[in-house]
Design a protein. Structure first.
Length: 154
């Protein structure tokens, strides 16, 4: 499976937030969105990844980006993970039906979890940048997000 390429419309999806609400592709219209797909809450690389992105979150937001973490973990696990790390990046759960959104974005690992990937969607709901790490053990640096934001028209 290959991550969705730039130029494609964002696929339809609906993901649960930890507040029990749903966030869908329609909610992204008018904003630049960074979806950070990660395999497992509380795993070492995922912990590092979200911590690194939290460090630059103010700068990403100043560039007009809204960042969301996405995994196939339950909302309860994601909430505990976010609170334990002390990060403010909202988490979206692809738990039920498991992996449906990850599959639509081309980042569902055959093992039933999210590949480590970044997808940046423009205000027009078109994918402007995508990256999938060569393996779940590799952390995509924050520089990739900044580079990807350059592909979003102002």
């Amino acid at each position: 499976m290959t991550v969705i390429p730039p130029g494609q419309p964002a696929p339809e999806f609906s993901l649960a937030t930890e507040q029990g609400e749903r966030l869908s592709d329609a909610d992204l219209e008018g904003q630049t969105t960074v979806l950070v797909f990660y395999p497992f809450a509380f795993s070492p690389v995922c912990t590092d990844q979200l911590s690194v992105y939290q460090e630059v979150l103010d700068e990403l937001e100043s560039r007009g980006a809204k960042v969301y973490g996405v995994s196939c973990d339950s909302t309860w696990a994601q909430k505990a993970f976010r609170e334990k790390l002390g990060v403010t990046i909202p988490q979206l759960s692809d738990f039920e039906p498991k992996g449906k959104a990850c599959e639509a974005f081309g980042v569902l690992h055959p093992g039933g979890f999210a590949q480590r990937a970044l997808v940046i969607i423009g205000p027009d709901r078109v994918v402007r940048y995508s990256y999938q790490a060569p393996s779940p053990a590799e952390l995509p640096g924050a520089n990739l997000i900044f580079d990807g934001l350059e592909a979003v028209p102002s």
